[in-house]
Design a protein around this ligand. Structure first.
Ligand code: ARG
Length: 588
């Protein structure tokens, strides 16, 4: 059992022996080291219930807890805080157990569930850009955390391939090349194998046609009609659509691979197309869907709403399906076919209203039964130095590919400055630069509370000092080399002995905290606590390493114990970085 939970149990038993609630015994790490290792604030809450002064209760608890062999000292401070210091021998044996535990003290969940993580989500015809970065990085990390805890995770990017942008691209291509067989209703096939457009074409066509549709209602109507015809299966449009989806996804998959991100299923909006008809039929029959001004809608407003929640539009007046329609059918598929018990949507906070509508519709119609969780894991914007969404110097949208190039180049300069990896072969050097660049990008993002906006600061993110990905990577590589050096001299890790030095004791305490860090990240669906802890652990380790001269230590048992602390730190750090999707190079 994790150290904190074990001590909470001891203090909880003391509360129970006084006839008070056992839960009051919860201890937390002390806010300052002079207060001991842990503190319990339960006496204050107990005082109210028991009608006695909190200090009096605290003193009685302290008296009982002080008898436990795991506890070296207890005292009462201020209005009734109970401060605990763990006995050194107990701390030593706790950490020793961690060195033999593959899971480093983190218990697997006792209720594994199927969790769908929906993240990444690029749309056809649009190369991935900076807006997809956060969805991808945060989603990937959240998925890794759920996976590590023992849930069955299904990662799904939910590509956008079934909406109005498809109709727009169809009519735009028809305007440019009316002769193509895709537009000829009498053409009987087969359609050409070669795609009629490249991703660059699509990318150039999309903004142009989008602008024209915004200005000209006739074009907008045309695009909507083409979308409906596509959805209804017009063969030429389907054939063209397949080409467009393929060229887009090839490039998007490469972008994901560059980020070190992968998915378990590569589904998209259109995956559920065949379910949409039957779903709508049922919703109509059961009275959930109703006609309104020619469209088919589900009302999702509630009497206690403080702002207007518009209905979810299932079918437009032209007979087309929308973003929300496919999202609703996707929930049905995830619940019925994939067995999902929790669905996490890692998507920009600006889509909150959309998810509110979809979730309400799913609940109201029973598509999501009450025991299936639906959560919008929202996040803020990555801004430029001007505090506005990050743009190129010319004010354009930054492509993901270019962003990765940018951080890799910056990492290369940093490696040179810091004189790291100088005499490695060019190939290894550039691999390291890429790993460092990605670490900079990911850590710079994940260290922030996900709902806040943050500023992309290339200089700070790529620095080898401070709270950065490169600092942690370098830290991990250095720890690896300590172990290698020791091994080269025939020194091996051994059983942990009780601490003898403050810096060593502090490191041991920190090493026991991992289970809480992971549990909290899981609860909050937020990786920033993991990032923060990785940084703190590295700093605590560095102080230990400065203070304790491992290789020069004469006492072989202590030296072996210290080497075990080094290895455990490395294992925890690697795990933490792994949960953030950050690779550690073999050497630097
Ligand atoms: N394709 C959407 C976009 O670019 C994101 C998809 C999010 N997931 C979902 N199930 N709606 O905004």
């Amino acid at each position: 059992m994790p150290l904190r939970a074990h001590l909470s149990g001891i203090v909880g038993d003391a509360f129970a022996s006084l006839g008070l609630d056992r839960g009051l015994g919860e201890v937390v790490p002390a806010t300052r080291p002079e207060f001991g290792d842990f503190q319990c604030n339960g006496a204050m809450a107990a005082a109210k219930a028991a009608g006695r002064p909190p200090r009096e209760i605290a003193a009685e608890i302290a008296e009982i807890v002080g008898r436990a062999p795991e506890v070296a000292a207890v005292d009462v401070a201020g209005p009734g805080f109970i401060n605990l210091t763990v006995a050194d021998h107990h701390l030593g044996s706790e950490v020793d157990a961690l060195t033999r535990d593959e899971r480093l003290g983190v218990p697997p969940t006792d209720r594994p569930e199927t969790v769908v993580v929906d993240y990444g989500g690029p749309n056809v015809a649009k190369p991935m850009h900076v807006g997809h970065l956060r969805a991808t990085i945060i989603g990937d990390s959240v998925a890794r955390i759920f996976d590590f805890v023992g849930h069955r995770v299904i990662r799904d990017p939910h590509f956008g391939d079934w909406g109005l942008q498809m109709g727009m691209l169809i009519v735009e291509l028809q305007r440019r090349r009316p002769d193509l067989p895709y537009f000829d209703p009498d053409f009987t096939g087969p359609y050409p194998e070669e795609p009629p457009v490249t991703l660059d074409d699509l990318q150039e066509m999309y903004p142009e046609v989008a602008a024209r549709c915004a200005d000209d209602p006739e074009w907008a109507a045309k695009a909507r009609r083409a979308t409906v015809e596509l959805q209804q299966g017009r063969p030429g449009y389907r054939a063209l659509w397949e080409h467009m989806v393929r060229v887009s996804q090839e490039s998007q998959r490469r972008d994901f691979a560059d980020l070190g991100v992968t998915f378990d299923v590569w589904y998209s909006e259109s995956t559920v197309h065949d379910r949409v008809g039957p779903m709508i039929e049922r919703l109509r029959r059961d009275g959930f869907a109703e006609e309104s001004e020619g469209a088919l809608i589900i009302r999702v407003d509630r009497p206690d709403d403080t702002r207007e929640i518009p209905p979810l539009i299932l079918v437009t007046t032209d007979g087309g399906y929308l973003y929300g329609t496919t999202d609703l059918a996707t929930i049905e598929m995830r619940v019925q076919d994939m067995g999902a018990r929790l669905i996490l949507y890692v998507v920009d906070a600006r889509q909150s209203d959309h998810f509110e509508q979809v979730f309400r519709a799913a609940r109201k119609t029973g598509i999501a039964p009450a025991d299936v969780g639906l959560e919008h894991i929202r996040f803020g914007t990555m801004n430029g130095p001007d505090g506005k969404p990050f743009k190129t110097r010319e004010g354009g949208v930054v492509r993901l590919r270019d962003l990765i190039e940018m951080v890799t180049a910056a990492a290369e300069r940093r490696l040179e400055e810091a004189d790291i990896a100088r005499d490695y072969r060019a190939e290894e050097r550039s691999r390291i630069a890429r790993q460092v660049g990605l670490a900079a990008l990911k850590f710079g993002d994940l260290i922030n509370n996900r709902v806040s906006d943050y500023v992309f600061d290339l200089d700070r993110f790529t620095s080898f000092e401070g709270k950065t990905g490169p600092y942690l990577q370098y830290g991990a590589v250095r720890i690896q080399s300590i172990l290698r050096n020791a091994a080269a001299r025939g020194m091996e890790p051994g059983p942990i002995v009780p601490p003898s030095v403050d810096a060593e004791r502090t490191l041991m305490l920190w090493l026991t905290r991992l289970p809480d860090v992971v549990a909290r990240a899981l609860d909050l669906r937020a990786p920033n606590g993991v990032a923060e802890f990785a940084y703190d652990l590295t700093s605590v380790f560095n102080r230990f390493y400065e203070r304790c001269h491992i290789l020069g230590e004469e006492d072989p048992a202590r030296r072996a114990s210290w080497l075990s602390l080094v290895r455990l730190t490395l294992d925890e750090l690697s795990l933490l970085l792994g949960l953030l999707g950050i690779d550690v190079p073999d050497r630097m």
